[in-house]
Design a protein. Structure first.
Lengths: 675, 140
């Protein structure tokens, strides 16, 4: 079986190589048969990689511990759902998973775009297959998931596998990596179209219109993946937080930030024909940051609890990045004339300017995260001393930048395209600004002294009101004109311009998340050694340790503290934080108990036993407003889905069209009509 | 009824300013690391506690531990030497962006100033422009 899997991967590599050559040669020589052949090679490669993936899954589910990968990452008693997660739980399998997603994306992108983009699809095929060939090279020659540990008729029984890392045996971890990979890999599609557009000197912004849906869906996957990772960290790692500025966490955030900048700046190109080069740079940066993030997770470049084992794989990624970035820069410089902006700016006070500043802030934030992540490596290279960088650095640098970004989230959309009058600004901003000011004063009077938290709440209210006002004003106009009910008018309004109002919903999601982030300023922590019958008081809560129970389900043995949560004597919940000992991997982990609430979470950790080994140690975290972050995640998904719905009435751009014959000796009158 | 030990909170406050050096290569602080068998936390926390009991201030405790375990314990670069460069770069990048952006905006604006019909008076134009903006705002 393993030979068949490996053979499928080798064949897929050959077929991908053929697809590259056939696509380029077919295009350059004008041979349509070769071009079609290259497209069919894309499907063949997908079939081969799918076969290899299916065989690996078969080996995992049948506990074939002859394979190094299966023995290292799975065990017989691993629950079925987590056996599926073994696929991406280790270096070799996850690279194959990456490759399979890319093959699937390539298949769909090529077959949905082959007729509409006949002129550039050959280069799309060549670029996507080049990336695919690189990953196939890795799984064939460097990280083979079908590597056999032992073979031969003399083997009659096999020892159990080492098991999946216990920290990965969680529902969030079962879904977080696929989401993140769908994002990471998905940015290859808009990048390939952008490069193909440059190579073929396509006029206008066709590649942007074509890849808009791809980019948004990919951006959504990436965002959801990042947030699921945060949720996983919160419910599994047991330190009471959701974001530790770990290098691998940062690696997942970086391309999402540049993609967010791209999603904003493409509107400039679509509506005004501006920032063409910038958009190419942004989508290229996003793609290469995805590759860079993949490298960071796998190469041992930076230390991380989330990283795969150190391996020499990083060198291959470095070469791929050097060649890819070099080729991209050459192509951009070679096509500079084609990338010149068409329209110019009418006023500094305009939506165009706000998008530019939005991009500056987003990229500054991206750079700050990247700089902090790599600074230990840079400092070691420059001074031979590794200067470590932890959460305090990232918080100090990024919080002010993030607050400016939050302000722009509210301010930007209220600027009109081309020009905004001061009167219009006053009309749009006076009530939100006044309400925000009142809130700020009220918070300070009420005793809130955490500067960033106060500013964050003030800005959140400001942005929320501007968004609500946008919906309200538009809804009222439609209600007056069409006589709809108010909710019906809001739905109608959104349906007329889904991209705009979906975008507002995403902005509202950002507000909700920032409320959640600000809550961290008021976290409380407590800890005590508690014997059964003892009570710990933390804030307004009482924690009664009622019992210690033990269990074993074959996969792990657990010890749970049964804790009654009370407030003013009233029983609120019975919580069971656990310690688990996983038999296969021989690792002990904590399993926290959380009572979720929109106002605050009560978060309980069974942190071990006291120094004498007799008394359980219970850690308590009171985390205000954390659930606003997860609520924001749902609203972000909703907003993006709304933005993906086609408008009720298609908005066609105004184009000059000659409607009258040219009078003799006169000039042709041109009028703007929808066409 | 038990409450959280004051000493625990003091030790934790110091631990929040030190980077954990445990075997799992976590990137958390000593206070934040919740690895059950974190040997580093087990080693450092008693030292922090002893230093607090001896009357040392948090900053002095941190410097003492860094002298003992190395500068990798720092959670942020020092504001001197190469560390200062580390602090400055993100803000320098932001500043550069904030300087370049207005220049770009002004260049965009300078290239093709909007044509204004010669016969229309400034007041009349402003009046109609306001009217258009108001109506577009309402429609949007």
């Amino acid at each position: 079986m393993e030979n068949l899997g490996y053979l499928a991967l080798v064949l897929a590599l050959c077929v991908s190589g053929y697809a590259i050559v056939a696509a380029v040669v077919g295009k350059l020589r004008g041979n349509p048969f070769l071009e079609v052949s290259s497209q069919r090679a894309v499907v063949s490669a997908w079939l081969l990689i799918t076969t290899a993936s299916g065989l690996l899954l078969y080996d995992i589910f049948t506990d074939d511990f002859r394979l190094s990968f299966v023995a290292g990452k799975s065990n017989a008693d691993l629950p079925t759902v987590y056996k599926f997660a073994v696929w991406w739980g280790g270096q070799e399998g996850s690279l194959l998973f990456w490759t399979w997603i890319l093959a699937t994306y390539s298949f769909v992108a090529v077959y949905t775009g082959r007729r509409r983009h006949r002129d550039m699809i050959a280069y799309v095929v060549a670029i996507m297959m080049s990336v695919q060939a690189f990953f196939l090279l890795l799984v064939v020659f460097v990280a083979n998931p079908f590597q056999v540990l032992m073979a031969g008729p003399q083997i009659t029984s096999l020892p159990d596998g080492n098991g999946l890392n216990p920290l990965l045996q969680n529902p969030y971890m079962a879904i977080h990596p696929p989401m993140l990979y769908l994002g990471f890999v998905g940015f290859t599609v808009p990048f390939a179209f952008a490069m193909a557009s440059l190579i073929t000197r396509q006029p206008g912004d066709r590649w942007i219109r074509t890849t808009r849906v791809w980019t948004m869906i990919t951006w959504l996957f990436q965002g959801v993946g990042v947030l699921l990772g945060a949720k996983w960290a919160y419910v599994v790692l047991g330190w009471g937080g959701y974001w530790g500025w770990d290098p691998v966490e940062n690696a997942s955030l970086l391309p999402w930030i540049t993609a967010t900048a791209f999603l904003h700046s493409v509107m400039m190109q679509e509506k005004k024909g501006m920032m063409k080069m910038w958009n190419i740079v942004l989508i290229s940066a996003t793609f290469f940051l995805c590759i860079f993030g993949t490298m960071m997770t796998r190469s041992g470049l930076v230390s991380s609890v989330h990283a795969f084992a150190r391996s020499p794989i990083g060198d291959y990624f470095v070469w791929f990045l050097v060649l890819g970035i070099g080729a991209t820069i050459f192509l951009i410089l070679n096509r500079l004339d084609y990338l010149r902006s068409e329209n110019q700016l009418d006023s500094v006070l305009s939506r165009e300017s706000s998008f530019l500043f939005n991009n500056v802030i987003l990229l500054a934030s991206c750079f700050a995260v990247l700089w902090g992540t790599l600074f230990p490596v840079i400092s070691e290279a420059a001074t031979n001393e590794k200067i470590s960088v932890g959460p305090p650095f990232f918080n100090k640098v990024n919080i002010p930048i993030a607050l400016v970004l939050l302000l722009l989230t509210g301010v930007g959309p209220l600027f009109a395209w081309r020009r905004t009058s001061l009167d219009s600004l006053r009309r749009n901003f006076q009530w939100p600004a006044l309400a925000a000011l009142v809130l700020g004063v009220a918070l300070v009077v009420a005793g809130m002294r955490h500067f960033y938290a106060v500013v964050c709440f003030v800005l959140c209210l400001f942005v929320a009101i501007t968004i609500v006002m946008e919906f309200h004003r538009g809804g009222r106009v439609i209600q007056r004109k069409q006589g709809n009910s108010y909710p019906g008018a809001l739905v109608e309004l959104t349906h007329r311009n889904t991209r705009r109002y979906g975008g507002y919903l995403v902005h509202m999601a950002v507000v909700l998340m920032f409320v959640g982030f600000a809550g961290a300023a008021f976290n409380q922590v407590g800890q005590a050694d508690l014997a059964v019958g003892d009570v710990l008081r933390q804030g307004e809560y009482e924690f009664h340790l009622k019992d210690i129970t033990e269990d074993d389900n074959g996969n792990y043995a657990s010890t749970a503290a049964v804790v009654e949560l009370r407030r003013d004597g009233e029983l609120l919940d019975v919580m069971r934080p656990e310690q688990r000992f996983y038999h296969a991997s021989r690792q002990t982990t904590t399993n926290v108990a959380i009572r979720f609430g929109m106002d605050e979470d009560v978060y309980l950790v069974y942190a071990g036993t006291s120094n004498d080994g007799q008394t359980p140690v219970i850690q308590v975290y009171i985390n205000p407003l954390v659930n606003w972050i997860w609520l924001g995640a749902f609203v972000m998904v909703l907003g993006t889905l709304v933005a993906l719905i086609p408008n009720k009435v298609r908005q066609a751009p105004l184009k000059p069209k000659v409607v009258n014959a040219v009078p003799e000796g006169g000039e042709a009158p041109a009028v703007l009509t929808k066409s | 009824m038990t409450t959280t030990d004051e000493m625990y909170l003091k030790v934790r406050a110091v631990g929040e300013k030190l980077k954990c050096q445990c075997e799992s290569q976590c990137s958390y602080t000593v206070a934040g690391c919740n690895m059950l068998h974190c040997s580093f936390r087990g080693k450092v926390n008693p030292e922090i506690k002893a230093a607090i009991e001896a009357g040392l201030q948090p900053e002095a405790i941190i410097e003492k531990l860094i002298a003992k375990f190395g500068s990798a314990l720092r959670t942020e670069p020092q504001a001197e030497g190469f560390g200062l460069f580390g602090w400055a770069m993100p803000f320098a990048a932001l500043l550069a962006g904030l300087i370049i952006a207005p220049v770009v905006v002004l260049r965009w604006r300078a290239k093709h100033p909007t044509a204004v019909p010669a016969q229309a008076g400034g007041d009349v134009l402003a009046k109609y422009r306001d009217q258009i903006e108001k109506e577009v705002d309402e429609l949007e």
